[in-house]
Each structure stands twice: as structure tokens, then as C-alpha cells.
Design a protein around this ligand. Sequence first.
Ligand code: APR
Length: 237
Amino acid sequence: MRPVLTDETSVLVLTGAGISAESGVPTFRGAGGLWEGQDVTRLASPEGFDADSQAVWRFYSERRERRCAVKPNPGHAALVALEQRLGDRFLLATQNVDGLHREAGSRRVVSIHGELMETKCERCQKPFADEKSYRGEEVPRCPDCGARLRPNIVWFGEMLDPAHLARVERFIAEAKALLFFAVGTSGAVWPAAGFVDAVRHRGGQSWLVDLQPAPDYAARFDVVLAGKSGELLPALW
Ligand code: APR
């Protein structure tokens, strides 16, 4: 089965850690995932950062160091090709913070969970590009105001950037014929997990492309393709 793409079709894509797995980036909840044996709130929440900012910076520093060794894979490239074909009738919302979509050439991309290679002052909230590791005993401080610097990541318990959500909602509302692809995500985290419901409410067709589709999430899709995104996506269009 292949998706029907007419010159009226708008495509919204949501990606998760699974699309980067073939690039060697670990997922969160699968075997060997980042959250395995970890208390996620200790490493990815404001409370965890208050309790032990050095542990949090070690966790993100290690991910930054590993990120430099990985490259986009054919799954990322397939989404770039689709964007080039559809132009403003394409939008990619990614939960990934690894920057691989942008490195592959995606431009119409909204990083709804933030960017691993960005740091921000927790007071003025302004992010800046930063690939540095912070493993010292002291938490890095903002040179302007002295507040703590933190990774520019949306942590558990924090709100997404309203502008990002508004852009996704507007895309869904303005689409004539809407097609939705969720790729490599377990659908465990909201509000991204709710995008499929907004698409269905709009009468759009929903596809899930995932190595091991999560049953509860898959049940909400019209089409479910089980397999590797790096193999399935290039064959889809
Ligand atoms: N191709 C396609 N899908 C894959 C592949 C692959 N090669 N490898 C793994 N997957 C799938 C798994 O089957 C799983 O459904 O990727 C999904 C990864 O799920 P999670 O590890 O839960 O990652 P994700 O859904 O992105 O997590 C969402 O949770 O921890 C927070 O903010 C973090 O953005 C993250 C969010």
C-alpha cells in the first residue's frame, strides 16, 4: 500500500527516536534505551536539575559527545525529498533533539522538544548554539546575568513552545487533503502523542511507520507499517 499524493495533499510528519536509531543514536524506551534503568525525572526535569545539575550536565554532555560521530540515514533523506516535492504543503514536527533532520537538509522542521546542541540561560531563556561538554563540579553560569546555563531541551513537566504547537495546529487546520506520518515514536509523550487524533478529527489519513509499533498507539492509525524507517520511508514515495 502506498500513500496517495495529489497536488492538494498536505503531509504532516512526526518523528521520534526511532528514525535516528539507524544512525546509531539510542532510543529512550527500547532495549538499551537511554531511560533503561534510569529515573527520567532525575536527568530530564527541572527538579532533577535543581537536585544535581552536574549529573544532568554529564548526561547531556555525553549525548553531545556521541552526537558528533553520527550522520543522517536514508530515513532522514526520504523526508528531505518529500519536503522538496511538496514545499509549503509539508511540515515536519520532530521530538528528536539530535539535529539530524536539519543536517540531512530538512528546513520546514519544528523541534518541539528542543535542541541537544543548544544551551540557554534559565533566567533569560535565550538559547545559543553550543556543542561543549560541561563535566566540571560547577554548573556553567550565564555571562550576562549569572543564572545557571541548562540544555535547551523541553524537560518532563515543562511546556512546549506555544509557537511550535500553534504552527502544527495551523498546518492541520489549513490542509485541504491531510496525510499524517508518525515515524519511529512510541507515542508515549504528549502533546505529540495527540497529533494523530487532531489529524483524524480533521478527516486526514494517518500512517505509523515503526519497527515495533506500540499497540495502543498503533490502534489509532489507519495504516501501520512495521519495519525500519530507513528502509520503509524511501520506498513510500
Ligand atoms: N525504524 C523505525 N522505528 C524504530 C526503529 C527503526 N530503525 N528503531 C526503533 N524504532 C521505534 C521503536 O519501536 C519505538 O516505537 O522507535 C520508537 C522509539 O520510542 P521511544 O524510545 O519512546 O522514543 P520517542 O517516541 O521518540 O520518545 C518520545 O520521550 O523521552 C522523551 O522527550 C523524549 O522525545 C522523547 C519522547
